[in-house]
Write a protein that binds this ligand. Structure first.
Ligand code: UTP
Length: 297
């Protein structure tokens, strides 16, 4: 029997060094794209896939991430008094049912694999989703919903994958492909950050996963991998052969918001999807494009 997917783990304990000084006292996942923090996009995406329970793996200085999903009583009363009902509505998706969100601490950022292991009591014996909030996906069907649908078909692990330039394989977890039907890829192996000359493919894992709880058995061994961190990819690789394991070429556009250029691009892409902002954004973009063309000429 295929168990329903109800749980999501949101690892948010990283240092966010690429965004310093912005992330000195504030979590990277609180950075807004247009007017919503990255963490809220992740929670909304997961809820659209039927996820009901959330566990954030947090660290020092990250309490705002959990508070974002609390009732802001005074703010809400004031907005009501002032008749700002549209603004009030924009807060609705930050309100989860009581008990739906939990937080565990990863005292030291020892790697993504270690962060997931910190959520072991929450995961228990259930399949679960992982969303890395700094990966933002713009799509018609939410990316996690696409993964969940593939999970209900295959009954095992499913990771979202995309093609990357071969010279960038050393930045990502890369798939060794057993069979590829153009959408669903049967996985023969996984390698974390391989050099381009030894990479088994250029299919990279992005920050969306459906995993089986057995991954915790391998994470608990605390084996260090690339960068001397406990790597999730290494533990996932050990599941291949034990449970069905697929990569899904998701429909949509992914933005790496942990990177400055990716973050800026996401701002534009998401603003251009907003009817209230798109005309003004298009107008200033025209200006900057012609300025850039003059600089090149
Ligand atoms: P990143 O590789 O983006 O690292 O982590 P980072 O620390 O957030 O950012 P930089 O590279 O220093 O700028 C990917 C995801 O894994 C989480 C991060 O919070 C992010 O969501 N993570 C990473 C943890 O929760 N714990 C860790 O030990 C490492």
């Amino acid at each position: 029997m295929i168990k329903p997917l109800r749980k999501a783990v949101l690892p948010v304990a990283g240092l966010g060094t690429r965004f310093l000084p912005a992330t000195k006292a504030m979590a990277k996942e609180m950075l807004p794209v247009v007017d919503k923090p990255l963490i809220q996009y992740a929670v909304e995406e997961a809820r659209a896939a039927g996820i009901e329970q959330f566990c954030m793996v947090t660290g020092r200085g990250k309490t705002a991430l959990v508070e974002h999903f609390d009732i802001a009583y005074e703010l809400e009363v004031t907005l009501k008094e002032r008749g700002k009902h549209d603004v009030l509505r924009s807060l609705q998706s930050t309100q989860l049912p009581p008990g739906a969100i939990a937080a565990v601490r990863q005292q030291e950022p020892m790697g993504l694999g270690h962060a997931i292991w910190c959520a072991r009591a929450f995961i228990g014996d259930d399949p679960f989703v992982i969303l890395l909030p700094d990966d933002l996906v713009l799509s018609d069907v939410p990316c996690t919903k696409q993964l969940a649908d593939a999970y209900y078909e295959t009954g095992g692990c499913v990771v979202a994958v995309t093609e990357v330039p071969r010279e960038h394989t050393n930045r990502y977890g890369i798939l060794d492909v057993a069979y590829d039907d153009g959408k669903l890829v049967e996985v023969a192996g996984l390698v974390e950050k391989p050099k381009p000359e030894v990479a088994p493919s250029n299919l990279s894992i992005i920050g969306r996963y459906v995993l089986m709880p057995q991954v915790l058995d391998f994470l608990s061994r605390m084996e260090r991998g690339a960068g001397n961190e406990v790597q999730l990819t290494d533990a996932m690789a050990k599941l291949i052969g034990l449970v069905p394991f697929h990569g899904l070429r998701y429909e949509g556009r992914r933005f790496d918001c942990g990177d400055k250029v990716g973050f800026l691009e996401a701002q534009l892409a998401f603003a251009l999807k907003r009817p209230d902002l798109a005309p003004a954004v298009r107008q200033f973009l025209r200006h900057y494009v012609s300025e850039a063309a003059e600089t090149v000429a």
